[in-house]
Design a protein around this ligand. Structure first.
Ligand code: ADE
Length: 246
């Protein structure tokens, strides 16, 4: 079970997207727990300010250090080996399936959602273990990014997905894109499901899937092919694909 502890000034943002479908079931089954903490509750001035003007001047506001530090101190339970503190920020390492798998071994993930134009640098220096970005673009805050992380991490927890093989099989777990999938009807408006999938020949279907997986990756994400060691069989298939493509 992983407990995601969210530190945000808009914790309400998290209530709906995480309360549907597989993540809802995962919470009901006790496979994950999502705890929301409003950073504002640890702001001790009258206005409950969580941001302030930057030292040295400049436009925009900076997320204050003390409310985040106090919130984290209140949530932390001494020396927890299996817990980690993550700051969602566009400056972080870019999130991917490997990081999601690593985080899925933690028992508690405390996620600080940055806001405003940035966060006081001392939050990075003294309070967080890891900074994570979900891509090279700027969101209005870390909340949506945190939800993306929770979703991707949760899928690695046994029993969260209906089928235990799903997380293994799919795109990116082997650095290949997933082969094309079809379901009924076999024909619609003359748009056909490939005959091979209706043949019942499982060995041929496996081969076809591997080839189409390699083809998709070659066409859409050729960069991924450099990240895996292709078997001799895969290399032959890939050579064929390249010829077919000319
Ligand atoms: N906060 C703002 N933009 C972000 C991003 N791309 N990833 C993570 N947190 C963010």
């Amino acid at each position: 079970m992983i407990n995601f502890e969210i530190l945000s000034i808009f914790p309400e943002m998290f209530s709906s997207p995480l309360n549907f479908s597989l993540l809802k079931k995962a919470q009901e089954k006790g496979l994950i727990k999502i705890s929301l903490h409003n950073i504002r509750d640890w702001a001790d001035d009258k206005q409950k300010m969580t941001d302030d003007a930057p030292y040295g001047g400049g436009c925009g506001m900076v997320m204050k250090l003390e409310p985040v530090e106090k919130a984290l101190s209140a949530i932390r339970r001494g020396d927890e080996k299996d817990s980690t503190v993550v700051l969602m920020t566009p400056q972080g390492e870019v999130f991917n399936q490997k990081i999601a798998a690593e985080l899925s071994h933690k028992k508690r993930i405390m996620i600080v959602c940055g806001r405003y134009e940035g966060v006081d640098e001392r939050i990075r220096e003294h309070l967080v273990d890891r900074e994570i970005s979900i891509g090279d673009y700027i969101l209005t805050g870390g909340e949506l990014a945190a939800m993306v992380l929770i979703d991707a991490v949760s899928r690695f927890i046994p029993d969260v997905l209906g089928n235990p093989d799903s997380a293994q099989d799919e795109s990116f777990s082997q650095n290949l894109l997933e082969y094309p999938q079809y379901t009924r009807p076999a024909a619609y408006k003359g748009w056909m499901v490939p005959d091979i999938l209706l043949s019942g020949n499982h060995a041929e279907i496996e081969l076809w899937r591997r080839k189409e997986s390699l083809r998709k990756t070659y066409k859409k994400r050729p960069d991924l092919l450099n990240k895996i060691t292709l078997s001799d069989e895969d290399k032959k298939i890939l050579d064929k694909i390249k010829l077919e493509d000319i």
